[in-house]
Design a protein around this ligand. Structure first.
Ligand SMILES: [Mg+2]
Length: 197
């Protein structure tokens, strides 16, 4: 049996890390107006854009190498890989640079960016639907909760740093590392060559 999957990945905190000296609470505050079930992300003011752009210098945003390596173990013959980032327009140049630096355009079949400045959860919801994704991986749990309601056939993976590994709902799973996806799905693993499920 040939089981092909459409798999979507977020960019920040999945393949590119945030500056190590800025606590997550502050990053959340910068990005979200509130996080109480009703999602609303802020589009930053111009001075803040300048500041945030400066934190996007490559030095401060190292690649998460183990996750990039993981991508190479998914056979592209059997699966389609998509990058879906809700980065706003003001980060377009920096984003294109980092994509080039890590050759992400060669890894993913297609890449989608939110350079139209839509609300991130609305943007991602549209793309996930359009691509009819089987799996989607993101580090933003409130965003996942929002889109999971609307895409009940998609399996969502919340990549977390708290070592959480459990089902959070019918279609949301907490995973501490990308390799956990092998255990939970039928992705073909290049090394083993096996298909689970
Ligand atoms: Mg992210």
């Amino acid at each position: 049996m040939h089981y092909r999957m459409n798999i979507g990945f977020d960019l920040d905190n999945v393949f590119i890390s945030t500056p190590p000296f800025i606590p997550k609470e502050i990053i959340d505050k910068l990005y979200k107006k509130k996080d109480n079930g009703v999602l609303l992300y802020r589009i930053p003011s111009l001075p803040e854009q300048l500041f945030r752009r400066s934190t996007h210098m490559n030095l401060l945003r190292p690649a998460i190498k183990e996750n990039l390596e993981f991508l190479k173990t998914i056979t592209k013959k059997d699966n389609k890989l998509y990058l879906i980032s809700s980065r706003f327009k003001f980060l377009e140049k920096r984003t294109r640079k980092i994509i080039k630096k890590y050759s992400l355009d060669k890894i993913f079949n297609e890449m989608y960016f939110n350079f139209g400045n839509t609300q991130p959860h609305i943007f991602k919801n549209e793309i996930i639907k359009k691509l009819d994704l089987d799996l989607y991986i993101d580090d933003d749990l409130s965003l996942i909760k929002h889109v999971a309601k609307d895409n009940t056939k998609t399996r969502f993976f919340w990549l977390n740093n708290n070592n959480q590994k459990q089902a959070l709902s019918n279609n949301i799973f907490a995973i501490p590392s990308l390799s956990e996806i092998f255990e939970q799905t039928g992705i073909r693993n290049k090394e083993s060559g096996i298909m689970e499920q």
